[in-house]
Design a protein around this ligand. Structure first.
Ligand code: MG
Length: 181
Protein backbone atom coordinates (compact mmCIF):
# COMPACT_ATOMS: atom_id res chain seq x y z
CA UNK A 1 0.00 0.00 0.00
CA UNK A 2 1.73 3.09 -1.27
CA UNK A 3 0.61 5.39 1.58
CA UNK A 4 2.60 3.22 4.06
CA UNK A 5 5.87 3.48 2.16
CA UNK A 6 8.71 5.30 3.90
CA UNK A 7 10.40 8.22 2.20
CA UNK A 8 13.25 7.20 -0.07
CA UNK A 9 16.36 6.22 1.88
CA UNK A 10 14.54 5.68 5.22
CA UNK A 11 15.05 2.26 6.77
CA UNK A 12 11.93 0.08 6.72
CA UNK A 13 10.78 -1.02 10.20
CA UNK A 14 11.15 -4.72 10.96
CA UNK A 15 7.95 -6.77 11.13
CA UNK A 16 6.65 -6.64 14.70
CA UNK A 17 6.03 -10.39 14.86
CA UNK A 18 9.58 -11.38 13.92
CA UNK A 19 10.53 -14.66 12.30
CA UNK A 20 8.45 -17.73 13.16
CA UNK A 21 11.65 -19.77 13.18
CA UNK A 22 13.12 -17.98 16.22
CA UNK A 23 15.11 -20.59 18.14
CA UNK A 24 14.18 -19.53 21.68
CA UNK A 25 10.73 -19.33 23.28
CA UNK A 26 9.89 -18.07 26.77
CA UNK A 27 6.84 -18.93 28.86
CA UNK A 28 5.41 -17.85 32.22
CA UNK A 29 3.33 -19.79 34.73
CA UNK A 30 1.54 -18.73 37.90
CA UNK A 31 -0.63 -20.67 40.34
CA UNK A 32 -2.40 -20.25 43.67
CA UNK A 33 -3.86 -22.88 46.00
CA UNK A 34 -5.74 -22.47 49.24
CA UNK A 35 -4.28 -23.99 52.40
CA UNK A 36 -6.20 -26.03 54.96
CA UNK A 37 -5.36 -27.67 58.26
CA UNK A 38 -3.51 -30.97 58.21
CA UNK A 39 -0.32 -31.96 56.44
CA UNK A 40 1.81 -32.88 54.71
CA UNK A 41 2.31 -30.43 51.88
CA UNK A 42 2.98 -31.69 48.35
CA UNK A 43 5.31 -29.15 46.77
CA UNK A 44 7.57 -29.49 43.74
CA UNK A 45 6.91 -33.21 43.59
CA UNK A 46 8.03 -34.00 47.14
CA UNK A 47 6.31 -34.32 50.51
CA UNK A 48 7.18 -31.41 52.81
CA UNK A 49 6.37 -31.96 56.50
CA UNK A 50 3.88 -29.26 57.54
CA UNK A 51 0.69 -28.81 59.55
CA UNK A 52 -1.19 -27.42 56.50
CA UNK A 53 -1.89 -28.84 53.05
CA UNK A 54 -2.84 -27.30 49.71
CA UNK A 55 -6.42 -27.78 48.54
CA UNK A 56 -7.20 -28.61 44.92
CA UNK A 57 -8.84 -30.97 42.47
CA UNK A 58 -5.54 -32.74 41.76
CA UNK A 59 -2.81 -33.25 44.36
CA UNK A 60 -2.66 -29.39 44.48
CA UNK A 61 1.08 -29.08 43.84
CA UNK A 62 1.17 -25.33 43.21
CA UNK A 63 4.80 -25.33 42.07
CA UNK A 64 4.50 -28.12 39.50
CA UNK A 65 1.35 -26.46 38.16
CA UNK A 66 3.26 -23.20 37.60
CA UNK A 67 6.11 -25.10 35.91
CA UNK A 68 3.64 -26.96 33.67
CA UNK A 69 1.94 -23.73 32.60
CA UNK A 70 5.26 -21.99 31.91
CA UNK A 71 6.37 -24.84 29.63
CA UNK A 72 3.02 -25.08 27.85
CA UNK A 73 2.96 -21.30 27.47
CA UNK A 74 6.39 -21.20 25.87
CA UNK A 75 5.18 -23.69 23.27
CA UNK A 76 1.77 -21.95 22.93
CA UNK A 77 0.09 -25.25 23.78
CA UNK A 78 -2.55 -23.87 26.13
CA UNK A 79 -2.53 -24.46 29.88
CA UNK A 80 -2.78 -27.23 32.45
CA UNK A 81 -6.56 -26.82 32.64
CA UNK A 82 -6.86 -27.50 28.91
CA UNK A 83 -4.95 -30.78 29.29
CA UNK A 84 -6.51 -31.83 32.59
CA UNK A 85 -9.91 -30.13 33.13
CA UNK A 86 -11.05 -30.00 36.77
CA UNK A 87 -14.50 -31.01 35.51
CA UNK A 88 -13.12 -34.46 34.67
CA UNK A 89 -13.47 -36.85 37.65
CA UNK A 90 -10.45 -38.78 36.32
CA UNK A 91 -8.27 -35.83 37.33
CA UNK A 92 -9.32 -35.89 41.00
CA UNK A 93 -6.24 -36.32 43.14
CA UNK A 94 -4.07 -36.72 40.04
CA UNK A 95 -0.28 -36.69 40.51
CA UNK A 96 0.97 -33.32 39.24
CA UNK A 97 4.31 -34.92 38.29
CA UNK A 98 2.41 -37.11 35.85
CA UNK A 99 0.61 -34.07 34.44
CA UNK A 100 3.93 -32.29 33.99
CA UNK A 101 5.37 -35.25 32.11
CA UNK A 102 2.34 -35.35 29.79
CA UNK A 103 2.93 -31.64 29.08
CA UNK A 104 6.62 -32.38 28.40
CA UNK A 105 5.69 -35.03 25.85
CA UNK A 106 3.45 -32.50 24.05
CA UNK A 107 6.33 -30.03 24.00
CA UNK A 108 8.74 -32.58 22.54
CA UNK A 109 6.15 -33.62 19.94
CA UNK A 110 5.80 -29.94 18.97
CA UNK A 111 9.54 -29.76 18.26
CA UNK A 112 10.93 -28.11 21.40
CA UNK A 113 13.55 -28.86 24.07
CA UNK A 114 13.73 -27.30 27.53
CA UNK A 115 16.69 -24.98 28.15
CA UNK A 116 15.92 -24.06 31.77
CA UNK A 117 13.19 -23.17 34.24
CA UNK A 118 13.30 -20.69 37.12
CA UNK A 119 10.72 -20.72 39.90
CA UNK A 120 9.53 -18.82 42.97
CA UNK A 121 7.40 -20.31 45.74
CA UNK A 122 5.54 -17.85 47.98
CA UNK A 123 4.90 -19.44 51.38
CA UNK A 124 4.79 -17.87 54.81
CA UNK A 125 5.46 -21.29 56.31
CA UNK A 126 7.12 -23.76 56.35
CA UNK A 127 10.70 -22.60 55.87
CA UNK A 128 11.61 -24.17 52.54
CA UNK A 129 15.41 -23.84 52.64
CA UNK A 130 15.92 -27.46 53.84
CA UNK A 131 13.82 -28.79 50.93
CA UNK A 132 14.98 -26.63 48.03
CA UNK A 133 17.64 -29.00 46.74
CA UNK A 134 15.31 -32.01 46.85
CA UNK A 135 12.61 -30.04 45.01
CA UNK A 136 15.09 -28.91 42.33
CA UNK A 137 16.28 -32.48 41.90
CA UNK A 138 12.72 -33.79 41.58
CA UNK A 139 11.73 -31.14 39.02
CA UNK A 140 14.94 -31.84 37.08
CA UNK A 141 14.12 -35.54 37.11
CA UNK A 142 10.60 -34.89 35.80
CA UNK A 143 11.94 -32.60 33.04
CA UNK A 144 14.91 -34.83 32.18
CA UNK A 145 17.30 -31.96 32.95
CA UNK A 146 20.26 -31.56 35.27
CA UNK A 147 19.41 -29.68 38.52
CA UNK A 148 21.69 -26.82 37.40
CA UNK A 149 18.96 -25.92 34.91
CA UNK A 150 16.28 -25.64 37.58
CA UNK A 151 16.25 -22.43 39.63
CA UNK A 152 14.17 -22.17 42.80
CA UNK A 153 13.63 -19.33 45.23
CA UNK A 154 11.36 -19.20 48.27
CA UNK A 155 9.73 -16.02 49.53
CA UNK A 156 7.40 -15.32 52.45
CA UNK A 157 4.44 -12.96 52.25
CA UNK A 158 5.89 -10.77 55.02
CA UNK A 159 2.71 -11.49 56.97
CA UNK A 160 0.62 -9.72 54.31
CA UNK A 161 -2.15 -10.92 52.01
CA UNK A 162 -3.24 -14.49 51.33
CA UNK A 163 0.31 -15.84 51.47
CA UNK A 164 1.33 -13.93 54.57
CA UNK A 165 -1.74 -15.01 56.53
CA UNK A 166 -1.20 -18.65 55.45
CA UNK A 167 -4.50 -18.76 53.60
CA UNK A 168 -2.75 -19.71 50.35
CA UNK A 169 0.44 -20.74 48.61
CA UNK A 170 1.51 -19.24 45.30
CA UNK A 171 4.16 -20.12 42.75
CA UNK A 172 5.59 -18.57 39.61
CA UNK A 173 7.83 -20.01 36.91
CA UNK A 174 9.50 -18.89 33.73
CA UNK A 175 10.62 -21.48 31.21
CA UNK A 176 12.89 -21.22 28.18
CA UNK A 177 12.51 -23.61 25.26
CA UNK A 178 14.63 -24.01 22.15
CA UNK A 179 13.40 -25.28 18.84
CA UNK A 180 14.84 -28.59 17.72
CA UNK A 181 16.52 -28.18 14.34
MG1 MG B 1 -3.14 -25.46 40.41
Amino acid sequence: MSHLKSPAGERQPAALGGAATTALRIGIGHDTHRLADGGPLILGGILVPHDRHAVGHSDADVLLHAVTDALLGAAALGDIGDLFPDTDPANRGRDSGQMLQVACRRIVEAGFRIVNVDCIVFAQRPKLTPYKLAIRQRIAELLDLTPERVGLKAKTGEGLGAVGTEAALMAQCVALLETVV
